[in-house]
Design a protein around this ligand. Sequence first.
Ligand SMILES: [Zn+2]
Length: 65
Amino acid sequence: MAKQQSFADKAAKAAQMKGAKCPVCGTIFQPLLTVSSEPSKTSGSVKFNERRVQVCKCNEKAIYN
Ligand SMILES: [Zn+2]
């Protein structure tokens, strides 16, 4: 049972670290990788920007629309 206990502890710790809650709506943030393309002014080629956003109920509609 010692192993099970430590696994539960680790899982609980991981959940605490990853599961940051939004102080406004109380939803646990879901990390989401968004990619936006921007035409570069200098070269004329398209540049891709990767951005990590934390999604909660406050901004999910703006992100998923
Ligand atoms: Zn929120």
